[in-house]
Design a protein around this ligand. Structure first.
Ligand code: AMP
Length: 112
């Protein structure tokens, strides 16, 4: 069976879409950790940041090209944070590369 985020891209599982183009899908996180919490994912399935190569890094570039517009559309005029969790020690829970876009308040400086 396709992974959770591949199924979200296909529309098999509902999501609150924020942005979409040929390479990128962005939607609100179901369990927000900040007033604004959006996930940006590549439409190509990659397990994590550890799977990024010279052949597929264009998808990552497209995500970062989309981030300023998505941030602006979400009202993050005063800044934001972009995070990707990778693997066991990174506490990655969904194994489809994704970038958390967080903001809407002053975020804590450290991981704690
Ligand atoms: P990570 O722990 O970095 O792998 O992040 C996975 C993120 O996916 C978490 O913040 C979850 O809240 C979020 N998530 C899981 N299922 C869904 C879903 N169906 N729709 C939106 N966000 C989801």
């Amino acid at each position: 069976m396709a992974c959770l985020f591949c199924r979200i891209i296909e529309g098999e599982i509902p999501s609150k879409k924020v942005y979409e183009d040929e390479y990128v899908y962005a939607f609100y996180d179901i369990a927000p950790m900040a007033p604004v919490h959006v996930l940006l994912i590549p439409k190509l399935h990659l397990d994590s940041a550890d799977a990024v190569t010279a052949e597929n890094s264009g998808y990552v570039a497209k995500i970062f090209e989309a981030i300023p517009a998505v941030a602006k559309a979400c009202g993050l005029e005063n800044g934001y944070r972009v995070i990707t969790n990778c693997g066991e020690d990174g506490c990655q829970s969904v194994h489809h590369l994704h970038f958390h876009l967080l903001g809407g308040k002053k975020l804590p400086e450290t991981l704690g």
